[in-house]
Design a protein around this ligand. Structure first.
Ligand code: THU
Length: 145
């Protein structure tokens, strides 16, 4: 298992590879499996603004291909606004509503209350929470019967 600091570093590294020319807000996400394998992803925007992909969903897609959503144990999200070619800001980023739903899917499959580490682009001021805290009273796969 990576240290929290290492997982945040992987998310920050991923944010460097975002394609975010429209918002200039770069987000990276690192997903760790129960066996310690880590995959990552970043936000990928396009000219039809509303069709951009969030970092968490990109990373969860990579996780599904690498080891399966069932194995997801921890997720780190990090990033901030790009200014003068530098991604800055120490304010922790929390997953958007849609990404929370995507994380919940992995949590329901794995039976784990996935840990979510929210960090800014720099600094040591991250917040460690869980998907159940981020998305209470969720609509999950169990509701479908
Ligand atoms: N973004 C993410 O990648 N994840 C989130 O949870 C919040 C927002 C991206 C989407 C868009 O490319 C940019 O950040 C600004 O909203």
């Amino acid at each position: 298992m990576a240290s929290t600091q290492d997982l945040v570093a992987r998310a920050r590294e991923a944010a460097q590879r975002a394609h975010a020319p429209y918002s200039r807000f770069h987000v990276g996400c690192a997903v760790e499996a129960a066996d310690g394998t880590v995959v990552s992803g970043a936000n990928v925007e396009n000219a039809c603004y509303r069709l951009g992909l969030c970092a968490e969903q990109a990373a969860l897609s990579a996780a599904q291909h690498a080891f399966g959503l069932r194995e997801v144990a921890r997720i780190a999200v990090a990033g901030g606004p790009m200014r003068d070619d530098i991604i800055g800001g120490a304010e922790p980023i929390t997953p958007c509503g849609g990404c929370r739903q995507a994380i919940l899917e992995a949590a329901a499959l794995s039976g784990r209350d996935i840990e979510v580490i929210c960090a800014g682009a720099d600094g040591d001021d991250w917040v460690v929470t869980t998907i159940s805290a981020l998305l209470p009273a969720a609509f999950g796969p169990a509701a479908l019967g």
